[in-house]
Write a new protein. Structure first.
Length: 212
């Protein structure tokens, strides 16, 4: 008997979708939906996360909060915040997003409008499969300073420079900690459990900071 494992995520792509239609879909869809949308140049991608995708997202989210705490940085977790720019006709919903450097500017806000508010300082995308919307171009156009993407094995870090992303080895937000080691802790969580691994991650971060 062959046991088929569920895919980490599924992606549906619709083409020739107008910006107006995309905005109408956002307005009509429930906030409780599990899908995440991305739109650029008439292409709409609908991503449905499954357990491996969501588990990786939650683990990395927990690690980012540990990093903020150990660095003494305040943070506002915005989750899959819907990011839209009418002037660019682009929109996206990252797996996780964070206000760190600009946290004080949005601390008491329940709704974010990119026409007047700053974009998140850091966004995370878990991408076990290849996205059909160019997330590098999408988030760069919105001015998001730091972009993390995890493909199930490797965590890549991008920083925005002169309107374009460049891959770097160390996150400027959490230097000198080598956050590219995070996939190792995701693997360890499968053997040791989430709480034990988060505790180990915190101890590792402290060691990295102390030895700097």
């Amino acid at each position: 008997m062959v046991v088929m494992s569920a895919p980490p995520e599924t992606r549906t792509v619709l083409e020739n979708i107008s910006w107006r239609t995309f905005k109408a879909m956002l307005a009509e869809m429930s906030n409780q939906r599990n899908t995440k949308l991305a739109y650029d140049n008439g292409v709409l991608e609908i991503m449905s996360p499954m357990m491996p995708h969501e588990n990786s997202n939650r683990l990395i989210d927990g690690f980012i909060l540990v990093l903020c705490e150990e660095f003494g940085k305040e943070v506002k977790s915005a989750g899959s915040l819907t990011l839209t720019r009418d002037d660019l006709e682009r929109g996206g919903e990252p797996d996780s997003s964070y206000y760190i450097q600009n946290e004080s500017l949005v601390r008491d806000k329940e709704n974010i409008d990119l026409a007047t508010d700053p974009p998140p300082d850091l966004v995370l995308e878990v991408e076990y499969s290849r996205p059909q919307v160019d997330k590098l171009r999408l988030y760069a156009s919105m001015g998001i300073p730091e972009f993390w993407r995890f493909n199930g094995k490797v965590l890549k870090i991008y920083v925005l420079t002169s309107g374009k992303y460049s891959e770097v080895q160390t996150s400027p937000t959490f230097a000198p900690v080598s956050v590219k080691e995070i996939p190792r802790f995701i693997q360890e969580s499968r053997k040791n459990g989430q709480i034990a691994t988060t505790r180990a991650f915190r101890n590792w971060v402290r060691q990295q900071i102390e030895h700097y």
